[in-house]
Design a protein around this ligand. Structure first.
Ligand code: HEM
Length: 207
């Protein structure tokens, strides 16, 4: 049996990265909506109060500045998550069958929230939003520097298609955040330990 010692369920790097990511995502989405409004892909624009920067130049300045925080923080979290074994321990094992089972239970309000383990729906949602984040950064690089990243642009099927990928990945993140925040409101005891830690026992082999 592995040695067990008391420690926070959410390790410090997870908590710090999570909250930096929340601030960066809000800045990126709001400034991005302002940029979108200057040349909409669809038959709608975002309300001005939900945008950041005031005018197109300001929107772009915010987007390109916050981008560095989002990318650096995301890269650190991804590398730490792989090296420490965090992703392997917390997000796996995962199977479509388990997701279907837990989703069915959740929709009938019968899924108990275990404080020491993510359920399969949570695991799938966290992996899904990480994928959206990676797609956002890669498609964003393609739109920002299409000449320098011409290989990436080609991978996305061209500049116009990369814009759609960027938009739909943003939509995925926003949809995730809406569901995620509703879930936190339904199980509020998860919030303090994501801020100050505490509340978990786990095998000591996660560094
Ligand atoms: C105000 C907004 C947010 C709140 C209140 C919030 C709250 C939380 C809480 C309480 C948990 C822990 C859940 C548990 O222990 O069962 C969590 C985990 C997580 N959240 Fe959020 N969150 C917010 C925004 C976001 C955003 C914007 C993203 C990404 C786009 C995000 C991604 C994640 C991920 C990936 C995890 C799992 C972290 C891990 O274990 O590595 N959250 N969040």
């Amino acid at each position: 049996m592995p040695a067990v010692r008391r420690r926070a369920f959410h390790a410090l790097p997870v908590r710090v990265c999570h909250w930096i990511n929340v601030l960066a995502m809000v800045g990126m989405v709001m400034s991005g909506w302002g940029i979108y409004n200057a040349s909409p892909l669809f038959n709608f624009t975002f309300p001005l109060p939900l945008t950041l920067g005031g005018w197109l130049g300001g929107n772009i300045a915010w987007h390109l500045a916050v981008m560095w925080a989002l990318a650096a923080n995301g890269l650190f979290y991804l590398i730490w998550g792989v090296v420490s074994g965090h992703f392997r321990q917390r997000f796996f094992p995962l199977s479509p069958r388990a997701v279907g089972r837990d989703l069915g239970l959740a929709l009938r309000f019968r899924l108990p929230h275990q404080l020491t383990e993510y359920n399969a729906v949570q695991k799938a949602m966290y992996l899904g939003v990480l994928l959206c984040g990676v797609l956002l950064v890669l498609s964003g690089l393609s739109i920002w520097k299409p000449v320098q990243f011409s290989g990436l642009v080609a991978l996305f099927g061209g500049f116009d298609f990369a814009r759609y990928v960027h938009f739909f990945a943003m939509s995925g993140v926003v949809a995730f955040v809406v569901i995620h925040v509703v879930m936190v409101l339904l199980v509020p005891k998860t919030l303090p330990r994501m801020i100050i830690g505490g509340g978990g026992e786990e095998p000591s082999n996660e560094r």
